[in-house]
Design a protein around this ligand. Structure first.
Ligand code: CDP
Ligand code: CDP
Length: 223
């Protein structure tokens, strides 16, 4: 069994926030795997590459590593630098979802993700952690919320960075990504058969975190 707490789910469901809090409470590492797909898209956009035809040669030019940032958490470095807000633009989000449909990209990033976790206990958050990256994860959660609530959360989160985007635009961007992520043939977004589905629509962040920690505690007691 892998020492991984897998947290998967659709965009803006609260995965990163919840995963980070759980890692802090348990004093273990937290890894956001979406940033890997975002970094591949960002690098390809910067290089003027066609996102739909990224090949192994291009991937081999990238240097991707998780390193401790100023706040002491692990963040992704692309070619030796923390990309910062450049990873969070709507263009990069859409590009990430596109490159994530390519088996060559997923295969390449699978090794990076497994290599990071190794023996240590880690909270890993993404789309396919419980289904593909660590199918034998010790704990698996699928965090979700209604599309309306997720659009509302993303708009509130991005604030000015959203470039004056309306709720309807954010909802459309999220719906397009949900569709592409769920319908792709490799590692589609779906709950693992043995994942606990946590609908956070009516929950605060604290309530969602407490629900997950409570379930982990019960699961351990039942062993
Ligand atoms: O990682 P993911 O895209 O799934 O979501 P996130 O970036 O963790 O959360 C999106 C926004 O929703 C953040 O601003 C969170 O603070 C907020 N949120 C919330 O309002 N209520 C929750 N239960 C979870 C997250
Ligand atoms: O934060 P948010 O939920 O909006 O997105 P993210 O977690 O940063 O992921 C960006 C995109 O990367 C997703 O829309 C997926 O297409 C892809 N992704 C993936 O395919 N597998 C993962 N484990 C993580 C992200």
């Amino acid at each position: 069994m892998s020492n991984c707490i897998a947290i998967d789910g659709p965009a803006a469901s609260g995965k990163s926030t919840i995963a980070k809090r759980i890692a802090e409470k348990l004093n273990i590492a937290y890894i956001n795997t979406g940033s890997l797909y975002r970094a591949v898209a960002l690098a390809a956009l910067r290089a003027g590459r066609d996102l739909a035809s990224i090949d192994r040669g291009f991937l081999d030019t990238l240097q991707l590593e998780y390193a401790k940032d100023a706040a002491g958490g692990y963040e992704l470095k692309l070619n030796g630098a923390f990309p910062g807000p450049a990873l969070r633009t709507p263009e990069v989000a859409a590009g990430a979802s596109l490159v994530a449909t390519r088996p060559i990209v997923r295969d390449y990033l699978l090794d990076v993700q497994r290599g990071f976790a190794g023996e240590r206990m880690v909270v890993m958050e993404g789309r396919d952690i419980g289904t593909v990256i660590f199918p034998d994860a010790a704990f698996k959660f699928f965090v979700t919320a209604t599309p309306e609530e997720r659009a509302r959360r993303r708009l509130a989160q991005d604030g000015e960075a959203a470039d004056g985007a309306t709720l309807a635009e954010v909802a459309r961007e999220i719906a397009a990504r949900d569709k592409q992520d769920s319908e792709r043939s490799v590692a589609p977004l779906k709950p693992a058969a043995d994942a606990a589905v946590i609908d956070t629509t009516g929950l605060s962040i604290d309530e969602a975190v407490d629900t997950i920690i409570g379930r982990m505690t019960r699961q351990q007691e039942e062993k």
